[in-house]
Design a protein around this ligand. Sequence first.
Ligand SMILES: NC(=O)c1ccc[n+]([C@@H]2O[C@H](COP(=O)([O-])OP(=O)(O)OC[C@H]3O[C@@H](n4cnc5c(N)ncnc54)[C@H](OP(=O)(O)O)[C@@H]3O)[C@@H](O)[C@H]2O)c1
Length: 394
Amino acid sequence: MVLQKLNLILLIVIMLLKQVVKTNLHLSISNIAPSFSSCSSSLFQNIQRHSSSSVMRAIQQDEFGGPEKLCLGNASIPEPSKNEVLVKIFGTAVNRADCLMCKGAYPGQKKNSKPDILGLEMSGKVHSVGLASTKWTIGDRVMGLLPKGGYAEYAAIDENHVMAVPDGLSLHEAGGIPEVWLTAYQLLHFVGNVKENDIVLIHGGGSGVGTAAVQLVRLAGAIPIVTAGTKDKIDTCLSLGAKNGFNYKEGEFAPGVLEATGGVNLILDCVGGSFWKQNVACLAPEGTWVNYGLLGGANIDGPILGLLLAKRASLLTTTLKSRSNEYKARLISEFSRNALPYFVKPAIVHGQEIRLKPIIDKEFKLESASDAHRHVLGNKNIGKVLLIVQDEKD
Ligand SMILES: NC(=O)c1ccc[n+]([C@@H]2O[C@H](COP(=O)([O-])OP(=O)(O)OC[C@H]3O[C@@H](n4cnc5c(N)ncnc54)[C@H](OP(=O)(O)O)[C@@H]3O)[C@@H](O)[C@H]2O)c1
């Protein structure tokens, strides 16, 4: 009897001990687990093991889908071709197009292909140069426009798609400049043909493109006004020099725009469908509406042609990613000449000092790319959401 009791007590003690060991084990494992999503445990271990020069960390995805599909993996470091440079990346940024590409929903993307490494822009230091490349020297601080591949430690890039990072800007800040500033410059000068004193209505005023466009409109001696969906976004645009701001969530913006301006000469429109009727209403005679995004849908149901015709107005559309290498090189060259200097010293326009600055909303580490995508998809950002690839002192 006594023996039986002793056995029972021993059994209970053993079970309790097992539970304690299990809990401790679990705790210690979760303490060392990475706080980001890695592609698979074997890939992650590969990254740790490889210190060789041919492998880099990169954000990858096994299949198309939402931000949860993005994970940290490894990839081969690209080889620069003869007119390319290899850049060691310090910073990159999230663009709306990345969110579409992550899903496989970007125009022209093949659903059955393997997802590419995302990332349309980056900044860093020139690591090596191609055989026929003469424009850049190893160690130069540069930023550039990529067709893909920015969410990684290295990118090979056409030497003509690279710009010098202005003095005074960090490499991290510079990682968010190329895509949205070049888009805004293209909309205004290559497509919309902005002129001094034009009134320019910018939708998505708080977006990366919007915050750059407000500043470039002022640099062109024209007058920016914006729409946005929050007071904070409108206030940021007003602080950057927008003359008026309208919250499109609080009612129709067209009556306010018309009352304030009498009609606008140019509209930079990333919304499309849901804004079409108000856009036509806002245009001055012979005004130009440039559509470059479809956040509000692609469908229009109404007499758009008759309404445009009555004003002799133009509707233009444009994209940057699908442009030729030569077009991108020309855009980058003109932007470098006409806008980049004013990130360093002010321009005097109509007697006022204008100094350009990148508007940064938030920084995420490269491995937290999925969180960065969620932030952008939630429309939370004012300006750019950066991905930090490595510390500036490295
Ligand atoms: N064609 C091109 O070459 C090109 C190049 C770059 C970017 N883009 C396009 O330009 C747009 C801006 O890009 P980004 O990276 O600067 O964007 P972003 O920083 O992510 O900002 C986009 C903002 O648009 C607003 N928005 C979202 N849905 C909307 C809707 N249905 N109606 C009205 N406003 C809406 C949201 O702000 P609110 O709080 O104000 O709603 C959102 O924060 C995107 O559509 C992008 O695809 C086109």
